[in-house]
Design a protein around this ligand. Sequence first.
Ligand code: PRX
Length: 661
Amino acid sequence: MSESIDSVLKEKRKFKPSAAFAKNAIIGSATKLAALQKKAAKNPVKFWEEQARTLDWFKPWKKALVWKHPFAKWFAGGRLNIAYNCLDRHLKTPRKHKAALIWEGEPGEVRTLTYHQLYLEVCRVSNVLKNLGVKKGDVVAIYMGMIPEAVMAMLACARIGATHNLVFGGFSAEALRDRIHDSKAVCLITQDGAYRRGAVVNLIEAADRAVAQCPTVKNVLVYQRMSTRPTMKDGRDHLWQDLVPKAPTESPAEKLDSEHPLFILYTSGSTGKPKGILHTAGGYLTQVAYTSKIVFDLKDEDLYFCTADIGWVTGHSYVVYGPLANGTTVFLYEGAPNYPRPDRFWDMIERHKVTIFYTAPTAIRAFMRAGDEFPKKHDMSSLRLLGTVGEPINPEAWIWYHEMIGAKRCPIVDTWWQTETGSILISPVPGATVTKPGTATQALPGIIADVVRDDGTSCKANEGGSLVIKHPWPSMLRTVFGDDQRYVETYWRKFAKQGYYLAGDSARRDEDGYFWIMGRADDVVKISGHRLGTAEIESALVANHKVAEAAVVAKPDDIKGSALVAFVTLKADAAKAALGNGRVHHLKEELRAWVAKEIGPIAKPDEVRFTDALPKTRSGKIMRRLLREVVTGSVKTGVKGDTTTLEDFSVLEKLRQGDEE
Ligand code: PRX
């Protein structure tokens, strides 16, 4: 990590917006952006009211912001419907027969749904859900791959006022079960299988195992993606294809309160239990619609491709809600980026003439490694804008993206935000912002962000501190589902006196005021752009009967950004059996597979290291900082390079003295 921070610190290159791009951009000049920022900073609430007016409301709000620190209500008293704003209102315009979704399956089939067609399908699914007894305010879990039906499922929930809880298709049955359980979902929407890297991810099998332990789930709606009819459980399971095509296409959009819960999305924090981040309707849509428009400079003729899975927040805000609220044509792809070859994205960009491409730095690094010959094979002249999200982008990857994919022509928007923030808060505005590789640049209009010291005062230029947001914003999380206390503790306790939101990232601002994110300040790690709590992986490990104790830390990885190293102390009998019989490698693999089963393959530690004790403070706290230094090589533990040798932390005894954390 320190190496990448060093290189980022040395980064001095600047890229001015091109005149050609600026000429047609929505906010085409630095002066216009500065004026907007100034106006918004003076009265953020008024600014957001102006943006909210671009949506269709059934009933206007009474008060734009009701703020009882740290609980917010935006556009209180107003009534609207998210699905109506993403679909119905476009039907009164020439967008009615414009493509809303262009989807490509991994095997290669292509489907297009116009706004009108998507509307009809969403109405049908809404009716099916209602017939299955789903009511306004109920939670519906969605466990699907990247297919149009997943978008329909989300919009159908929004239409009837059910709260969706998407669980990423790469999560295990156990992770799905926990998320269903915590949210008390009454219904699950899933599919039999999803194509991924030429193989089939068996979603229904995991769903079955999860639901068997979730008594709240009364019905399961299964979309058949594969050629054979899936086996269904009588009375509980229903085939999408049996019910949806027959359902009526009239389904009035519920007139929902602006603060009606739109979705819960679980994300990792610094304890073992993921947090259900709760987002509500009016404020969320206002801000995702606005940021989609100005950050991606959305025009009616664009074909917009965000590679995120809809199981993550980027998929919610910038595959589904933001772009559809703007009447954009969204390109959706089912499978792996490198299937059948590492040029799958470039090939699709060329064939479909994608104009805006939004992806993660980890993907860019993987493409860089795959070789220039892959992008060079394709004509990507349709592209006009590129974006990144999820983790800091190292300047080398930024430059490669700029030159190899953007042909030096496309602005890059490096967008900083979080599951909690709901929408992009810090980002260049294309055509207006001078960009520098590695920084998300400035807060967008209406957002008051800063980097502060522990006492809440602003840091000087280039001084590291905590990234905070100083004023509430419409798409902010409203709480942690079912746990207001955790919401207050995690995000608002540290700067309670000042009333700042603590993002959990460390950052610095350079001499131009640009934000450089240095990484997480807590025990959250980013693995290939996915957010994982090390505590979650530790608790999965100790749930194994052979494990006594575990500590998980991250180490830098060229492609994934970070890789996971698990330090494990075994219970005496397991240690004796494994270490005595030379089955160390076998046991390591067993534990890695165990984590994959408990959480999902993304959480699998890259390395498992056995130790007879973990370094601890005198009060018994595991010194993860020290372990981090061990994995980055700055502290030697006495390991002799032999995989069968235990880490010997006794050599750290000296360091441990007086190092109470
Ligand atoms: O550490 C920051 C990093 O991702 C975290 C949020 O993760 P998640 O909730 O999974 O949302 C990811 C997609 C919005 C942040 O706290 N992060 C996100 N975007 C950037 C970033 N770090 C640096 N630069 C970014 N552009």
